[in-house]
Write a protein that binds this ligand. Structure first.
Ligand SMILES: [Zn+2]
Length: 115
């Protein structure tokens, strides 16, 4: 019986250690931005630009997300494109890690239920 309980404690401690590692990684992962990075092309404001004819359109980046069912698009200035892409990736990783922490907590709850 003692060994059984001790074994459960060890399992719990393992889970807690995994969780703490994740929380530490979350604390190091910043900043982030919620949304999907979308790259597309558009026509510019200059009437004599080739993009209005057969010429190539201008590549642009947006971050899109939903707010109460509505899709919002935020234009990303050229100089921020690389950074914003990284922030969006951070957000994805963050969401995964939040889910992982939650799953570990559920496992910890399950351990207690068995006792
Ligand atoms: Zn143009």
């Amino acid at each position: 019986m003692y060994l059984y309980i001790k074994g459960m404690e060890t399992k719990k401690q393992t889970l807690q250690a995994q969780r703490n590692k994740l929380i530490y990684r979350i604390s190091k992962l910043n900043p982030w931005i919620e949304g999907t990075v979308v790259t597309t092309t558009r026509i510019c404001g200059k009437k004599n630009c080739a993009c209005h004819g057969d010429g190539p359109k201008h590549p642009v980046m947006y971050v899109t997300w939903k707010e109460s069912g509505k899709t919002i698009s935020l234009y990303v200035p050229k100089r921020l494109e690389a950074e914003v892409s990284k922030w969006a990736l951070n957000y994805k990783k963050l969401k995964e890690m939040i889910r992982d922490v939650s799953n570990i907590q559920k496992d910890i709850v399950r351990l207690r239920e068995k006792r």
